[in-house]
Design a protein around this ligand. Sequence first.
Ligand code: AMP
Length: 283
Amino acid sequence: MKVFSQKVLIAAAIDKLKAKQLTVGLVPTMGALHHGHLALVKKALNENDTVVVSIFVNPTQFDNNDDLVKYPRTLEGDVALLKTVSENKILVYAPTVDDIYEGHTISNKFDFDGLEFEMEGKFRTGHFDGVGTVVKRFFEIVKPHRAYFGEKDFQQLAIIKKLVEKHHIPVKIIGCPIHREANGLAMSSRNTRLKPEYKKAAPFIYKTLKTAKEKFGTKSANKITEWVEKEFAKHDLLKLEYFIIADTKTLKPVKRKSNQKAYRAFIAVYADDIRLIDNIALN
Ligand code: AMP
């Protein structure tokens, strides 16, 4: 499997493929790959001749240096896992920070029509400027026909669609469903850092989301939010950062439910110092 660390080299390899009229899919990741990532890669392989998997822990999207430093980095294992899916149709792009930022590790500023001010944008200052900066650069380097993002980061998916629309980037954005452990916990690279007691406790997050979904038929968003807050207040190990029921288009918290609109519940929880997010479609 070819692993590139320099943009000029991967861009040249992709140009050659495109000269042969081959299609290219991109799966941007931060590595420490798991089966949720692999589902994106498999879908991309089904729909494209070649798939570029980028592996890059992007410093500008972290507002917490400790989280950035402790983020798992497992390139060798990642490549081995990707090989189990395809030996010759995947190109790995694992750049250095300098290859992407050329000595200026700062974000560009973006206007995502307000999507960036909700939830993750509120609680992680500058997060979506960092995401927008790095994903736009990947699009410029790889020039993919299609790019794949997980609904696990639903707000990010919405923001990438907005980025592409506003900057007229010729790529099709494809969302993929959330992959979970058998116990319901959404797969995440950060799960590998959970101590055993927190790992055991963490499925409570999805369990609560599922009950919130059941309640959504008969209860108001406010009532459900109060219930979730109480459930977490009683919990010894998990600390709720936010639970929000929002319109899937605007990502704004719902005030009054409408049958014409689609809603999702979004949650962020601390398990020890590890921040976990999840979401669920409600209707
Ligand atoms: P990350 O490496 O966490 O930045 O994730 C890279 C891509 O994989 C993003 O588009 C994520 O939304 C997606 N992803 C991560 N975990 C999951 C999961 N459990 N299910 C589906 N997609 C996921």
